[in-house]
Design a protein around this ligand. Structure first.
Ligand SMILES: Nc1ncnc2c1ncn2[C@@H]1O[C@H](COP(=O)(O)OP(=O)(O)OP(=O)(O)O)[C@@H](O)[C@H]1O
Ligand SMILES: [Mg+2]
Length: 379
């Protein structure tokens, strides 16, 4: 597998071909093609990402395949990871995606941090069913075999069990040469702030600070908000000729900068709720996926906690044949509204006309109308 990586990387990591201004070029392309605004603060962070890309490419280009393990240890000693933090909507994930896409490296993985933690916990759980002792060494080895470069979106820590697990796992992974780029809304010093037994977590914070360059992205504005304001409404009325799927995919691609998507599994009361198209905190879903499954209030609350923007394709006309789905839809909208989640959807009925015998839609109707307002978008 490693030989393949080196072969592949040598081919694509040809310095003269890539150039050390590759990310700058990609950014300029985004400015021209996708009309993003040039932002000097983003360029500064991009410079650090380019530096990391250059370091990785240099290692891969100069080390002979036979000493791949040295490559790993060398990379960890000389190449610092990156931890990018800052306020919402500043472009952290976008910059990380530019870097990730440009990195022609087989053993790379971009993952939402929350999903990563769920995977880790589930591995530990399975392992303990069959084995005794500490699962960490085998887990770290397995991860390192599959991934040398991790891009973690939305790095955050919310409970002591995760905090301790992370601390132990990361020390091993970093020793094994794994490099990471993380985005977060918090400086490492503020991770798990005021958490129970936080003192046990402090060595992990030190580890992050030692192994990564810590950067604040101070971009000019919350670009996500500006984008929402510019689209005015995310509700697209479908017709027989046009089911709106083009509209929805276009908006999704604009909002994620054509970024990659992944499967995300939420665990609610021990049950797994799976979504197939997720980019960071943005869920691309459908009425069927959200309302035809046996989901209830707890699931919708979790969905509203997990995602900030939700795309819902194909909300149909209401009829008594789909009563159960409509009941769920009402619960879903309540949960999303309470959390101020932004919704972009295709819908077969004008919201004002929502009606079904035996249902009182007053609240849902009013909420859906408000969810299309600029004030709601800006919250
Ligand atoms: N310079 C820019 N000009 C215009 N739009 C931008 C710019 N930078 C980012 N965006 C857009 O703003 C939105 C938010 O960016 P992104 O998701 O990267 O922010 P973030 O810092 O990761 O936010 P969060 O902390 O909420 O995860 C995306 O749609 C992105 O394409
Ligand atoms: Mg982000």
């Amino acid at each position: 597998m490693f030989d393949y990586l080196l072969k592949q990387s040598k081919q694509s990591f040809n310095h003269s071909q890539l150039g050390s201004d590759l990310l700058d070029k990609k950014y300029k392309e985004l400015v021209v093609k996708h009309h993003i605004q040039h932002d000097d603060e983003q360029i500064k962070v991009l410079g650090h990402l380019q530096h990391l890309l250059d370091n990785i490419s240099e290692i891969v280009n100069t080390e002979p395949p036979s000493v791949f393990n040295r490559l790993l240890s060398k990379s960890s000693k000389t190449t610092k990871s990156l931890y990018i933090y800052g306020d919402v909507g500043r472009g952290k994930s976008m910059l990380m995606d530019v870097f990730f896409e440009a990195c022609p490296f087989e053993l790379k993985r971009r993952v939402h941090f929350h999903s990563f933690m769920q995977e880790i916990n589930s591995y530990m759980h399975q392992w303990r069913k069959k084995n005794e002792g500490d699962p960490l060494p085998s887990l770290a080895k397995k991860i390192r075999q599959e991934t040398l470069l991790f891009c973690f979106d939305e790095f955050h820590v919310t409970d002591i069990a995760d905090a301790m697990l992370l601390s132990r796992l990361f020390s091993r992974l970093l020793k094994l040469g794994v490099i990471f780029v993380a985005t977060s809304n918090q400086h490492p010093d503020d991770l798990y702030k005021n958490g129970l037994q936080r003192e046990l977590f402090l060595p992990f914070i030190e580890l992050i600070k030692q192994s990564a360059v810590i950067l604040e992205l101070l971009a000019k504005e919350d670009y996500r908000l500006s984008y929402f304001k510019s689209i005015k409404t995310g509700f697209y009325l479908t017709s027989e000729d046009d089911d709106g799927s083009c509209f929805l995919h276009k908006k999704f691609n604009e909002l994620t900068n054509n970024g990659s998507t992944e499967v995300t599994v939420l665990v609610v009361n021990g049950r797994e709720v799976r979504f197939t198209k997720v980019h960071g905190d943005i869920l691309f879903s459908s009425f069927g996926e959200l309302c035809a499954r046996n989901l209830g209030p707890a699931d919708y609350l979790e969905i509203a906690k997990e995602f900030k923007i939700i795309f819902i394709a194909n909300i149909p006309s209401f009829s008594s044949e789909i009563k159960d789905k409509i009941k769920r839809f009402v619960t879903l909208i309540d949960a999303l509204y309470e959390q101020k989640i932004k919704v972009i959807c295709t819908i077969a009925i004008v919201v004002e006309d929502l009606y079904l015998e035996g249902f009182d839609f007053k609240r849902t109707r009013s909420r859906l109308i408000e969810m299309q307002s600029e004030r709601y978008y800006s919250m």
